[in-house]
Design a protein around this ligand. Structure first.
Ligand code: NDP
Length: 448
């Protein structure tokens, strides 16, 4: 069977065996569409079921998470952990707590994670998990009881050499703390390396909080540098106002750019003076309030509950909120307003239609599995520090992060050039470079 027919057959089978999992189909199609040149050059991967095995998780866990709310009512959520691929190391990927979480979303995230983790050059496999639990509006006590119940089931599948979760949407330092505490209590082991994203002070790494956002900006900076440009004096739009968005904005400001708009699920905010990050952090990280509180506190800002943040003219866009938030029409608006570069801080925030618009217009486009790899790379640095019972300084850790992002960027360009002849095709480069590393390891480890 030739490469195209093989890819088509694998995709058809994915859709047949995983009905209703639209995000997983989308993520698989995005990778498979890039792989023809790799399979043409490596026909050995067609006959050994590499694609078929890559697209089927090694293990999928779904479990009940019962907990008691502050009014004494019993609540039941659904927990997930998809252990997708361990060819390169223990399963590694975050936990997402959001009402939209379902198996298809966890599988798309876990699938992306395989290639992203391979690109970091660290010894980590791919996995993802979460629950359809909404921490918004819950008290600290409710969040703690939920996390304890979640970990009561999940702990038996984890271990520093087996599966190492971290944070994602709705899971930050608070949740990681409660999850770690319950793991320790059940196992009677202080196993620092079993979870990453811990606070600095009891096993966390400097720069982990900032890593995904900073890393996405480093990646965008590297893309811009290939065209002799940079962030200095540029107008930047960031979507979301969570962990990735806030620290992407912080690094943009440090590099001389100006973030003039950001958003949350209730609307978006424009502040032409540049977003005041101290105020934003206070609203989102301390008060856990809505973004409209910013406009109430700052007369220079305006909040809009209608339209999208991508209507705001900018030079650089950093989608940092959630999957499929930037559609074809948003991309057309961005291009019309002169956007030069888009780097995905979130996972799969741009729809396939949007990516096609950027490609057609010659906009530099950094896909999430490359551009947001800084988070998981720094998680792997946290695991290294935990294994050595060591703590590195902020500066030393950020130097390592910056080096990883430069290397991810270089791999994307070199691989895109070698397999497609266009070094600016970062989608092709990221997918093929990640795939080849995993395929080589899977081949060496036999049919398992
Ligand atoms: P957070 O929960 O900290 O923040 C998510 C932000 O996105 C919130 O501001 C949220 O608003 C906003 N948001 C969610 N849905 C929408 C929407 N439909 N429209 C506009 N805004 C929306 O999550 P993270 O910052 O950690 O994660 C963001 C993205 O980055 C996700 O795709 C995640 O998978 C990805 N990522 C995260 C990494 C990490 O290290 N944290 C690593 C790599 C990728 P609201 O509060 O109103 O819901």
């Amino acid at each position: 069977m030739n490469a195209s027919a093989h890819i088509e057959a694998v995709y058809t089978e994915i859709c047949r065996r995983n009905p209703g999992e639209g995000e997983f189909h989308q993520a698989a199609a995005e990778v498979l569409d890039s792989l023809k040149p790799a399979l043409d050059r490596h026909p050995e991967y067609t006959g050994t079921g590499i694609l078929e095995r890559l697209c089927e998780p090694e293990r999928q866990l779904i479990f009940r998470v019962p907990w008691v709310d502050d009014h004494g009512a019993v609540r039941v959520n659904r927990g997930f952990r998809v252990e997708f691929n361990s060819a390169l190391g223990p399963y590694k990927g975050g936990l997402r707590f959001h009402p939209s979480v379902n198996l298809g979303i966890v599988k798309f995230l876990g699938f992306e994670q395989i290639f992203k983790n391979a690109l970091t050059g660290m010894a980590i496999g791919g996995g993802k998990g979460g629950a359809d639990f909404d921490p918004k509006g819950c008290s600290d006590g409710e969040v703690m009881r939920f996390c304890q119940s979640f970990m009561t089931e999940l702990h038996r599948h984890l271990g520093e050499h087996t599966d190492v979760p971290a944070g994602d949407i709705g899971v930050g330092a608070r949740e990681i703390g409660y999850l770690f505490g319950q793991y320790k209590r059940i196992t009677n082991r202080y196993e620092s390396g079993v979870l990453t994203g811990k606070p600095v002070g009891w096993g966390g790494s400097h720069v982990r909080t900032e890593a995904t956002g900073y890393g996405a900006v480093y990646f965008a900076e590297a893309m811009l540098a290939t065209r002799g440009a940079g962030f200095e004096g540029r107008r930047v739009v960031v979507s979301g106002s969570g962990n990735v968005a806030v620290y992407a904005a912080e690094k943009v400001h440090a590099l001389g750019g100006r973030v003039i708009a950001c958003s949350d699920s209730s609307g978006y905010l424009v502040d032409e003076n540049g977003i005041d990050l101290d105020l934003l952090k206070d609203i989102k990280e301390v008060r856990r309030a809505r973004i409209s509180a910013y406009a109430e506190a700052k007369p220079t800002a305006r909040f809009s509950a209608r339209g999208t943040v991508y209507d705001v003219p900018c030079d650089i866009a950093l989608p940092c909120a959630t999957q499929n938030e930037l559609g074809g029409e948003d991309a057309v608006a961005l291009v019309k307003n002169g956007v030069r570069a888009v780097a995905e801080g979130a996972n799969m925030p741009c729809t396939p239609e949007a990516v096609a618009v950027f490609r057609e217009a010659g906009v530099l486009f950094g896909p999430g599995k490359a551009a947001n790899a800084g988070g998981v790379a720094t998680s792997a640095l946290e695991m290294q520090q935990n294994a050595a019972r060591d703590t590195w300084s902020f500066e030393a850790t950020e130097t390592r992060l910056a080096a990883v992002m430069r290397d991810v960027h270089r791999q994307c360009r070199d691989t895109a050039e070698a397999y497609g002849g266009n070094s600016e095709d970062y989608v092709l480069g990221a997918n093929v470079a990640g795939f080849l590393k995993v395929a080589q390891a899977m081949t060496a480890q036999g049919v398992i």
